[in-house]
Write a protein of this length. Structure first.
Length: 327
């Protein structure tokens, strides 16, 4: 992996900046997800929400390995800065378009696709940077810190989005999201000047295409990785609709509006935080397939029951257990 210069080597300050930057950017993403879904539902285009989300998911999936290969050749902190700044600009454009009179469906799909591209480079770069900032026994603490930051955004992002949508205009809500992403870019920009060395010796001279092909070959050859990737794909297909489109429709028709959607998704995030805590406190198992079977079954049952909820309190109670299983 590309190395940071000695002047920007690990330290509590660097890890704190990394976690803060991650928190700000992921907070923006979580809040945006709620705002986008709500605006599509209330505009009468709720049936097209899946299409818009697909335009975000496809480039993210197709380019994720490319993002990882780029982070092996370019200092990951630079990739994070560019990704965070790109997301800030995209969110800002969305806010301007909403304030100017609304956003058409094709504009939503373009915005979603561009954010998907940004995510495809952000997440691999972030994953590559953590091991560079913490070594040995400190790496576990660093991973715990960034995991905690991630889980916090799953609760705070939807709650903040619900409040913003109910108390301000949609343009101001999206502008606040842009501000959060911009704050993340500031944290990433506060790192020391990265080294210009272009990466590890094992990728020098190797094309990005070959690196991507090696990653795919490894994933296909490893049964557990295949199982994890297959399960992740099925879960994405089976849960994005119920928790986003279904949750927004339920909130609009039964639970009272955008704040209810924020509370519902926040409950799911709270469950995920609890699940991560349980996983961290229990002895790891080598039976990956058993864990996947149990958790996916719990997720399926939980989301199935969500459609039967007729009050917000019941929906929140039903939303926590699937979040625990995801965690």
């Amino acid at each position: 992996m590309a190395r940071l210069a000695p002047t920007s080597r690990p330290g509590v300050g660097s890890l704190a900046k990394l976690a803060a930057g991650q928190l700000a950017v992921l907070f923006a993403g979580q809040a945006w997800f709620v705002i986008l879904t709500w605006l599509l539902v209330v505009s009468g285009a709720g049936g097209k929400t899946g299409l818009v989300l697909m335009f975000a998911a496809v480039p993210r999936a197709l380019l994720m390995l490319v993002g990882g290969a780029v982070s092996d050749r370019v200092p990951p902190i630079i990739v994070l800065r560019v990704a965070a700044l790109s997301s800030t600009v995209i969110f800002a454009i969305g806010a301007i378009r909403i304030a100017a009179g609304g956003v058409s469906l094709w504009e939503w799909t373009v915005i979603a696709a561009l954010l998907g591209v940004s995510d495809a480079f952000f997440f691999p770069a972030f994953g590559a940077l953590v091991p560079q900032l913490a070594e040995g026994a400190q790496r576990q603490k660093a991973n715990a810190l960034v995991q905690l930051s991630d889980q916090i955004t799953q609760i705070a992002g939807p709650l903040a989005a619900g409040v913003l949508l109910s108390q301000t205009s949609s343009a101001l809500a999206v502008a606040a999201v842009a501000g959060a992403a911009g704050l993340g870019a500031v944290f990433f920009g506060s790192f020391g000047q990265p080294n210009t060395d272009r990466g590890r010796t094992d990728v020098v001279g190797e094309s990005v295409r070959r690196s991507v092909a090696k990653g795919l070959s490894f994933a296909w050859a490893n049964p557990d990785v295949r199982a994890l990737l297959g399960t992740a794909a099925v879960l994405s297909l089976g849960t994005v609709g119920p928790i986003s489109v279904g949750g927004a429709l339920l909130s609009a028709e039964r639970f009272g509006g955008a704040e209810a959607l924020g509370l519902l998704l926040g409950a799911f995030g709270l469950g995920a935080l609890i699940g991560v805590g349980i996983a961290a406190a229990t002895k790891p198992t080598t039976n990956v397939r058993m864990v996947l079977g149990l958790t996916t079954s719990a997720i399926g049952v939980g989301f199935g029951m969500l459609g039967l909820a007729h009050t917000l309190a019941v929906a929140i109670g039903v939303g926590v257990p699937p979040g625990v299983a995801v965690g």
